[in-house]
Design a protein around this ligand. Structure first.
Ligand code: MD3
Ligand code: FE
Length: 216
């Protein structure tokens, strides 16, 4: 008897799928990251308009994201076009939308971009909204490697009320409907908690699949 996968709707449209990714897919994502990060546009910590720099390193597929817009070429890195968004990753994200929101939502889900974030020890992500996309379609997140605290807030501001959720290697999370424009962040990493066999010895990878839409 297979175990029934758990599905936690932490807010309307925000569905946590713990352990959704089999170990083989976690390994595939970790290996793919190494390829993507060595591709035409290397992973880098994005520079912020205020002069600072993010502590996570990011590589983009399909569309390049820089604070705070999407472009086809990585003009803040080396000007090259980013790698195409892979079909297999779109299929994985669509399957997660199916688990979270059902067959109809999955049917019309057409992702065209992914942002891949690598967290080394000490990295974090401040509270923010993702609103550069031209669509309100769901964002799908996959976690591999070390566990973290994910903070899910509200659409009005960066502060309370928020809910803290621990994300572990293999978790998927789908943010759709009213949760799509909620503030969120990653305040804390738990070093050396990556499970054996996940493909990462240290650090955390997060892959977010998105529908940026035409024009970007
Ligand atoms: C809720 N990444 O890349 S994943 C990001 O773990 C980002 O690297 C975090 O926030 C990470 O923008 C959190 C969960 C997530 C991603 C995108 C969202 C939650 C979201 C977009 C809208 C609402
Ligand atoms: Fe985000």
């Amino acid at each position: 008897m297979g175990e029934r996968p758990s599905r936690h709707e932490i807010a309307p449209g925000a569905v946590h799928l713990p352990g959704w990714l089999p170990m083989s897919d976690q390994v595939r994502l970790g290996a793919a990251f190494e390829e993507w990060a060595g591709g035409p546009v290397p992973a880098r910590a994005p520079s912020l308009p205020g002069g600072g720099r993010m502590s996570v390193e990011t590589v983009c597929l399909g569309w390049h994201w820089l604070p705070y817009r999407y472009t086809r070429t990585a003009d803040d890195v080396n000007g090259r076009r980013v790698l195409p968004f892979p079909d297999w990753l779109g299929g994985l994200a669509r399957a997660a939308v199916h688990s979270a929101h059902g067959a109809q939502a999955a049917e019309r889900y057409r992702p065209d971009a992914a942002l891949v974030n690598r967290y080394r020890e000490g990295a974090s992500m401040g509270m923010h909204q993702d609103k550069e996309e031209q669509t309100a379609d769901p964002v799908v997140s996959f976690s591999v490697g070390d566990s973290c605290v994910f903070r899910f807030g509200n659409a009005e501001g960066r502060g309370r009320p928020y809910t803290d959720v621990r994300l572990d290697s293999g978790d998927a999370f789908v943010f759709g409907g009213p949760s799509r424009f909620a503030h969120h962040g990653v305040p804390k990493l738990f070093p050396r908690t990556a499970p054996h066999g996940c493909g990462l010895v240290e650090g955390r990878l997060n892959i977010t699949v998105r529908v940026v839409g035409a024009a970007g």
